[in-house]
Ligand binder design. Structure first.
Ligand SMILES: [Fe+2]
Length: 240
């Protein structure tokens, strides 16, 4: 009898290829480049331009991005329902949405979005090869490396090129951008963007921070204990 290995507690990556009209995609790309203006990157040397720290953090409120934001909304709900959420017991919000423009050679360092609950990315260009830079997702914990640090490699005993090593101990997963590809994953997931190695093209994407709250509470119905009440029912506390 052979031993079998069973995957437990999988991380949920949502993936859908949106059927976007090439003209609409071209208009979105043009809108992103206009929003970036003369900027070439973030203050950090070699880092792609990200709208969130450059004053462009609410593209979902702009008409040019209304349709793509609606597609994110639709698939974000599908993602939640796929995870077992009851849509009548939760409210979903776009907290922030911004473009990312990666020039040749630029990267985005490893990070996650602790302010949000769900991350979404839409790629406006990319041919699926990954040459303009891949999204790199990191596992929350390397639970199968047994000895902490082994899966990083550096000549260790885990053969990272083997099927087994890839399946059970991959230190990260690279996803190649493709025009119209929408990805969703928990906002707590560490991620990065590898270098744009296409000397002739910029890499364009839209990022979304989504947050969950309780639905608007009515009458005697208090929000469930572990969800923040709906933001419309929060009270500002100005400095006295
Ligand atoms: Fe990010």
């Amino acid at each position: 009898m052979a031993l079998s290995l069973e995957p437990l507690f999988p991380l949920a990556l949502g993936r859908v290829q949106l059927a976007l009209d090439p003209l609409d995609l071209a208009l979105l790309m043009q809108a992103v480049l206009e929003l970036r203006g003369e900027a070439e990157g973030n203050p950090l040397e070699g880092c792609a331009w990200t709208g969130d720290i450059n004053g462009v953090w609410q593209v979902h409120r702009l008409q040019a991005f209304a349709a793509i934001s609606q597609a994110v909304q639709q698939h974000a709900w599908a993602y939640l329902q796929g995870l077992g959420f009851d849509p009548t017991q939760v409210a979903l919000h776009i907290q922030r949405a911004w473009p990312v423009v990666s020039e040749p050679g630029q990267v985005v360092g490893r990070h996650h979005h602790p302010n949000a609950h769900l991350s979404a990315i839409v790629y406006l260009n990319g041919d699926g090869t990954g040459r303009s830079g891949c999204l790199r997702l990191f596992p929350p914990r390397q639970v199968n490396e047994l000895v902490p640090g082994l899966a990083v490699g550096h000549g260790g005993p885990i053969d990272g090129d083997s099927d087994a090593g890839q399946c059970w101990n991959a230190p990260w997963l690279d996803l190649a951008p493709r025009a119209g590809l929408l990805l969703l994953f928990p906002a707590s997931t560490d991620h990065a963007v590898t270098a744009n190695e296409d000397p002739d093209d910029v890499r364009l994407s839209l990022a979304f921070d989504l947050a969950l709250s309780a639905p608007l509470a009515e009458g005697e119905h208090a929000p469930p204990e572990y969800l923040a009440p709906h933001p419309a029912q929060w009270s500002d506390l100005p400095v006295p």
